[in-house]
Design a protein around this ligand. Structure first.
Ligand code: BGC
Length: 365
């Protein structure tokens, strides 16, 4: 367009809409994705995160603040409080909608409690990206960015079996207990299903003995992902099922719970069992290097936030959004970008965290 033409058009309000409409793509028909293709380069982007109970959420908040700003956007990053997280988050998302954001990135406090807010976002033509946790039963979730959560569970279970074989060779059937995450987080069942795809056959053929008999996602849930709930459940199971019985291993869905489970077991006088984890939290990486916690999962938050901001930039530019597949949220197949998780044990910790200046030094002890 000639300079004179630009000047002539400059006062016309419609120009922004017309220009931003250029190159607009109509993303995948399924799961929405039909909003906000092409918007102002300095648009406001809302990020609603659940809580600060895991280090990954704390890190994500900082990375979103900085990364959105670097990409030229105005970021509005909010955390739900821990006492009324669901209500807080609903209110924060509504405020973002009222403030006129173009995209809202949501790490849901409760993956089933955002229906009203998604309707309001849709009515305001705002794109919704589910971050890490897939919002359930709604066709108003436009995109999903996460690590492959089923595979997280598979890797945890494989490492549990590997650790049992390494630490207690020839002692099978191994006595184990299973923990899953909070029931208001749709990831919990996905992690657990992934793990059980490996563990159920080993339970069925007698390789593993779940002494408590608690093997369903409901029986093994840890509400609010709270460490004290995991510790209490482990204490109770030890009292009821492990009098004079060895505890060989525990499937833990994340690091925060892993450390609580280890505290329970050692507090009851047991040696540290083989315990899995997730998130590569500092205290757990230290524990793995020291030969206590057996494994964790590395889901590099820097990569996940960068992938999300890339998605926002693609939407801003009106480009086709990069996706690797789709994820079923009970209502639709949501176009998704799923990253690969990495299993970390004492053996590969230095290698796995080699490019992470926060974690790599912890492996050099
Ligand atoms: C996340 C995990 C985290 C857990 C508790 C899950 O949805 O995927 O990384 O440990 O929530 O915050």
């Amino acid at each position: 367009m000639k300079k004179t033409a630009i000047v002539a058009l400059a006062g016309i309000a419609a120009v922004t809409v017309a220009l931003s409409g250029c190159g607009r793509t109509e993303p995948g028909a399924e799961g929405g994705g039909d909003d906000a293709a092409g918007f102002a380069a300095d648009a406001s982007i809302g990020v609603a995160l659940p809580d600060r109970t895991s280090e990954n959420w704390v890190l994500a908040g900082d990375l979103f603040e900085n990364g959105l700003e670097e990409a030229g956007f105005t970021g509005d990053v909010q955390y739900a409080g821990s006492s009324n997280a669901v209500g807080d988050q609903q209110q924060q998302v509504q405020q973002m909608i009222d403030a006129g954001v173009e995209v809202i990135v949501i790490g849901a406090a409760d993956t089933n409690q955002l229906a009203t807010q998604l309707e309001a976002a849709d009515a305001a033509d705002i794109t919704v990206i589910a971050y890490d946790r897939l919002i359930q039963n709604s066709d108003l979730v436009d995109y999903y960015v996460a690590f492959d959560n089923f595979n997280v569970g598979v890797l945890q279970a494989e490492s549990l079996l590997e650790g049992l074989e390494a630490n207690f060779p020839g002692e099978s059937p191994w006595n184990v207990e299973l923990f899953s995450g909070s029931s208001d987080d749709s990831n919990s069942a996905v992690f657990f299903d992934g793990a059980m795809s490996v563990l159920q056959p080993a339970i069925d053929d007698g390789t593993l003995n779940v002494v408590s008999g608690q093997t369903t996602v409901q029986q093994t849930a840890t509400e609010d992902w709270a460490a004290e709930n995991a510790q209490n459940r482990m204490d109770t199971i030890i009292t009821s099922s492990y009098q004079g019985v060895e505890l060989h291993g525990v499937l833990s869905p994340n690091d925060n719970l892993a450390r609580a489970i280890i505290a329970s077991a050692t507090g009851a006088g047991f040696p540290v069992p083989v315990v899995t984890g997730q998130d590569s939290e500092v205290a757990s990486v230290e524990s793995i290097v020291a030969g206590e916690q057996y494994s964790t999962i590395y889901k590099d938050t820097r990569a996940l936030v960068a992938a999300t901001i890339d998605m926002v930039s693609q939407l801003q530019a009106g480009e086709e959004v990069t996706t690797t597949g789709e994820a079923d949220n009970g209502a639709v197949e949501v176009p998704s970008n799923l990253l690969d998780p990495v299993i970390v044990t004492q053996e590969n910790a230095a290698e796995a965290y080699a490019d992470n200046p926060d974690l790599e030094p912890l492996t050099q002890q």
